[in-house]
Ligand binder design. Structure first.
Ligand code: PMP
Length: 415
């Protein structure tokens, strides 16, 4: 029998292609394939499923909404579902954190919110240049691709992507640099030839770039530099946000307040496409119609997003539970790293993994884990990092089970 996935679907699919299973059902942290095998899912839809598959707390209101005959698609028209989401986001997320942001719905995906952020920063400042970081990943459309620190992916555009420069991310020099004096120096020197950028865009943990986690002090230094030089600070929290690092926003631990924040992936909570761009109110300089798109009003996503915030973020209980899972995850990762010469733990919170010597080792461990019922992906410039992103709602028992599979896969491959 010919396999239509092989004959008709483009080769461009990427990493998920290495999983030959055809997945039929999802429940919490597990996926079931057509052949009846079940897998523990530590991939979580690339971070879009922080509350697991088909979470009943989100599914129920979604089913009720769809059955009620309410509006599904509304662009930027007003609907009760959108009103409820905005009210809940303000009450549960913004107000308790003393954050004063305007909320924009830039389109369905992560790259849409990054595009909106870059465009807004250029409009507000009247400057063109954007600084981003080595190994950054911000999306695949031309603006977000231009700030992505991965030459292979940028090359795919086929045209020069200008108006952005990459500067070293924290840890690039193995902890040698702890401040931004070098950048301050060239920005203050009118003869340096360095144009003042409109914005600096940063991920607090580089998910695709190999789970590089910026230190809180480094992020504070970056924030101070931006403030001093009137450069807008954009935090791309598309992957690290929505609780992944243990707080709702990944920058909370560093105590910084970005000018613009990008959210997507797990903001709808249910795997439905949704994105938000948050910005300081005084940056709201858009002219009507200046940035729009058809899928900005996905009401089923507003419904599940509201349910996710109500269920998990209204009180601090879930956050405490996530903190316990984070400790458990990191203990397991430390054990794995300690068992292999040269391996190290990477990342922060539930966006973490182990860096191995090369892509061969990481790839073989991921393949061995798959054979034993665990889905993990690899990341990093050389795909040398085994990356774990379990659902934040995972049980302690399932997390242990997944870690045991990974420990054994590592033993088999590196023996
Ligand atoms: N920013 C970050 C930090 C991401 O990890 C991603 C997706 N991996 C994106 C932006 C782009 O999101 P999307 O794929 O939904 O366009």
């Amino acid at each position: 029998m010919t396999d239509i996935f092989e004959t008709l679907e483009s080769e461009v699919r990427g990493y998920c292609r290495s999983w030959p299973a055809v997945f039929t059902r999802g429940e919490g942290s597990s996926l079931t394939a057509e052949d009846g095998r079940t897998y523990l899912d530590f991939f979580s839809g690339a971070g879009a499923l922080n509350y697991g598959h088909n979470n009943p707390q989100l599914l129920q209101p979604l089913l009720e909404y769809l059955a009620s005959g309410a509006v599904v698609h509304s662009l930027d028209m007003k609907t009760p579902a959108k009103r409820k989401f905005l009210e809940t986001f303000q009450d549960v997320i913004l107000r308790p954190r003393n954050l004063d942001y305007k909320v924009m719905f830039p389109g369905p995906t992560g790259t849409n919110t990054v595009e909106a952020a870059l465009k807004l920063a250029r409009k507000v400042t009247g400057r063109q240049h954007i600084l981003s970081f080595t190994n950054a990943f911000h999306g695949m459309t031309l603006g977000s691709l231009s700030v992505t620190g991965n030459s292979m992916k940028r090359r795919g555009a086929g045209i020069p992507l200008t108006n952005s420069s990459k500067i070293p991310y924290d840890d690039y020099f193995s902890g040698e640099t702890t401040d931004f004096l070098w950048l301050e120096r060239v920005l203050e020197d009118s003869g340096s030839g360095v144009d003042k950028p409109a914005a600096i865009i940063v991920e607090t943990v580089q998910g695709e770039g190999g789970l590089n986690a910026a230190r809180a002090g480094w992020l504070r230094g970056l924030s101070e530099l931006c403030r001093k030089h009137e450069i807008l600070l954009i935090v791309d929290d598309v992957q690290a946000g929505c609780g992944r690092t243990g707080t709702f926003f990944s920058f909370e631990e560093a105590g910084i307040t970005p000018d613009i924040v990008c959210l997507s992936k797990s903001i709808s909570g249910f795997g439905l496409p949704m994105a938000l761009t948050l910005f300081r109110p005084e940056l709201d300089v858009w002219d009507a119609g200046e940035h729009n798109g058809t899928f900005r009003g996905h009401n089923p996503a507003f419904v599940t997003a509201t349910a996710a915030l109500e269920t998990y973020w209204r009180t601090g209980e879930f956050q405490q539970q996530v903190k316990a899972r984070i400790t458990q995850l990191h203990e397991g990762l430390e054990r794995i790293a300690a068992s292999v010469e040269g391996a190290s733990v990477r990342g922060r919170g539930m966006l973490a993994g182990v860096k191995f010597a090369d892509d061969q080792t990481a790839g073989r461990i991921a393949a061995e884990a798959y054979e034993n019922g665990l889905l993990v992906e690899t990341s990093g410039p050389e795909s040398e990092v085994v990356k774990l992103m379990p659902a934040l709602t995972i049980s302690a028992a399932d997390l242990d089970r997944g870690l045991d599979i990974l420990i054994e896969a590592t033993r088999v491959v590196t023996a």
